[in-house]
Design a protein. Structure first.
Length: 217
């Protein structure tokens, strides 16, 4: 059991420190030693969760998160075929994008990485995404959450259109709408009828995981 623990610790630690090569090698070693794909995934998610927690506490910053996410993605490339063969499913699916008129994507990309680090599938719609596109993508992908990002006060009002379009499409009861970005606040969330406002990427990932845990529960 000690050997198994050390392998999973190696995966988590190499991810936290952004060591891409070491993360991939540790993932492959664990798989070669016949540990389940789900166990290896949990080790990767544990590492990313620790990074997210440190990010919330301002103990690490955007560059560290980005290199940790790169290591996570590298580990997932190795792991994915094993997850598929073992029938391990994603915990849920999210569509994410920056709203129409807004081309900023660093915050959106951080949220995407953090949510993926929770074992959730993310469909990235990019930037300048219309309300119609958000809703159509959520329907096409059978997503449980729509995540909208905005960095400009002039574009954050587009989030209200996303809520309205979801209502018009008849999916409002089956899809949660999460909003975030520098100018966005909890009072704004309430005013437009969105479900969740999160102040940072790590919290967004926690909320997304809790939503899917509730649905499955």
């Amino acid at each position: 059991m000690e050997v198994a623990m050390s392998i999973f610790d190696d995966i988590s630690l190499s991810l936290q420190t952004g060591k891409l090569k070491e993360t991939k090698e540790s993932v492959q070693l664990a798989l070669d030693e016949k540990h389940s794909a789900n166990e290896v995934l949990n080790a990767l998610m544990d590492g990313m969760s620790i990074v997210g927690d440190k990010f919330k506490k301002n103990e690490v910053f955007v560059p560290e998160v980005l290199i940790a996410a790169r290591a996570m993605n590298g580990g997932m490339v190795v792991l994915k075929p094993y997850l598929v063969s073992e029938g391990v499913k994603a915990k849920g699916k999210v569509v994410i994008g920056t709203v129409k008129g807004d081309l900023h994507d660093i915050g959106k990309n951080l949220v995407k990485m953090m949510i993926e680090g929770r074992g959730i599938e993310v469909v990235d719609l990019g930037t300048d995404v219309s309300a119609e596109h958000f809703v159509q993508a959520a329907q096409a992908e059978n997503a449980g959450i729509i995540c909208c990002s905005a960095l400009l006060t002039t574009t954050m009002t587009e989030m209200k259109n996303v809520v309205q379009k979801a209502e018009n499409a008849g999916i409002r009861n089956s899809v949660k709408i999460m909003i975030g970005g520098a100018p966005v606040t909890e009072s704004f969330r309430k005013s437009i009828g969105a479900d969740y406002y999160t102040p940072d990427a790590a919290t967004a990932a926690e909320v997304a995981a809790s939503i899917f845990a509730t649905v499955k529960g």
